[in-house]
Ligand binder design. Structure first.
Ligand code: PEP
Ligand code: MG
Length: 431
């Protein structure tokens, strides 16, 4: 395991058992070329962050193999899961050509990135970016985002000894709005716990941190921290189009309590003569199966839903998102997960609300037609995936996707659904 923050002096691929999100953020990314990890699952926050910064990662590599990599010349291809040590000249040449092709492809996609995501039959989808720092915002918009569908505010709290105070948070949120150039931003209140530990909060160590003291549970228990964040977000809302979103909601009571604290903050700010958007939109993440099931009830209390498939999949299938050893059981297109997604979208639409998705499934081209067919309103993802997903959305009709989604819902297994969705894409030359 990596110990204290690591300084890099030359182009480096890090090989480690695991690396935490805050360790990743503290790395000198100027020299970070890639990572090879033993344990980390595909939807761990370290991998999500790495994707967002364009750092290729191979995970699920055995510890013994990792130890052999020290000080060797190493090439990795994260897309095809390839690792080569001490490459021959031919292999070096292959990688050089592959990287050039990749770059050409990226530039070609970027040229189309600004076109709106309108299907052939005229359905316009909202496209958001998932980011955790203000610096990521400009790249999100050059990749074709129309807003920030998920700002992971907990990143502001990481790798520091003291939580940021109201003024510091206010300035950070304002900076995000400025970098987002007047596009709407959905700020998710801090989602601490799980694989995101904080030095500045003395969190207890737990047997099952993803099922424990995490996200909204911490916020509701610590109004001293939560209200500081809500006040900062409200103050920033005077300067741009901010939506607030609560993570890991499992019950109506949690939404009510969070909203009560938000109301208290509004009252305080009004009394202090501070500006804020009185009609700020408030939504919740749907990532706990119970929340998905009671979405018709929850829809009464919020303006929007955003489906967090990274957690929804882990909780529904009882498969730890961090554990690569059971990675094959982590199936976001499992019929059980798909039915929950449909239920949530239908519930929101029946009450005139909208549903987005900010889990990694929104960036999986294999899922795009199914999600569009189920009626998803917004796709939010890592910036680099946006051009590809927009291109698929522009190449299909909503009507044909409804047929695809309906057929997928008749299938028995994730594998059947995946193969079917791939075959439809391949027929259209989109895979
Ligand atoms: C999710 O669970 O899908 C999500 C977007 O939240 P996070 O990955 O930050 O847990
Ligand atoms: Mg989540």
């Amino acid at each position: 395991n990596l110990g204290t923050p690591l300084t890099l002096y030359k182009p480096t691929i890090i090989a480690a058992d695991d690396i935490t999100p805050s360790q990743f953020l503290s790395l000198d990314r100027q020299y970070l070329q890639g990572m090879v990890l033993a344990q980390t699952g595909r939807t761990s926050h370290t991998l999500i962050l790495a994707r967002s910064f364009g750092i290729p990662v191979l995970s699920g590599i055995e510890l013994e193999a990792l130890q052999q990599l020290d000080d060797k010349d190493v090439f990795i291809d994260a897309q095809f899961g390839v690792l080569v040590t001490e490459p021959s000249d031919d292999v070096r040449h292959y990688f050089a050509v592959a990287m050039q092709l990749e770059e050409k492809n990226r530039i070609r996609q970027l040229k189309m990135a600004d076109l709106p995501a309108v299907t052939r039959d005229g359905r316009c989808l909202a496209i958001g970016a998932n980011i955790g720092t203000a610096q990521e915002a400009p790249a999100a918009f050059t990749h074709g985002a129309e807003g920030v569908g998920l700002f992971r505010t907990e990143m502001l709290f990481m790798d520091r000894d003291k939580a940021p105070d109201e003024q510091e948070q206010f300035e950070a949120y304002q900076q995000v709005l400025m970098n987002a150039d007047n596009h709407p931003v959905i700020f998710r209140t801090m989602d601490i716990g799980g694989d995101k530990e904080l030095k500045c909060l003395d969190l207890p160590s737990e047997m099952n941190p993803f099922l424990g003291y995490r996200a909204i549970r911490i916020s509701l228990n610590r109004p001293d921290i939560f209200k500081v964040q809500l006040r900062a977000l409200l103050r920033a809302s005077a300067f741009g189009d901010i939506h607030i979103m609560y993570p890991m909601i499992a019950s109506v009571e949690e939404v009510k309590q969070a909203n009560d604290m938000l109301s208290e903050c509004k009252t305080e700010l009004a009394a202090e003569g501070k500006d804020f958007n009185k009609d700020i939109k408030v939504g919740i993440m749907i990532e706990v199966p119970a929340a998905a099931v009671i979405s018709p009830i929850l829809a009464k209390y919020v303006d929007f839903f955003s489906i967090g498939t990274n957690d929804l999949c882990q909780y529904t299938l009882a498969v730890d998102r961090m554990n690569e050893a059971i990675g094959s059981l982590y199936q976001p297109l499992h019929p059980g997960v798909l039915r929950l997604i449909k239920h949530v979208i239908d519930a929101s639409h029946e009450q005139g609300k909208f549903t987005g998705m900010c889990g990694e499934l929104a960036s999986d081209p294999v899922a795009t037609m199914i999600l569009l067919g189920l009626g998803l309103d917004e796709f939010s993802m890592t910036a680099s995936s946006i051009p590809l997903i927009k291109n698929i959305l522009r190449s299909v009709s909503k009507a044909e996707c409804e047929e695809v989604a309906n057929k997928a819902l008749t299938m028995d297994t994730a594998e059947e659904i995946t193969e079917y969705a791939k075959s439809v894409l391949a027929e259209k030359g989109l895979l």
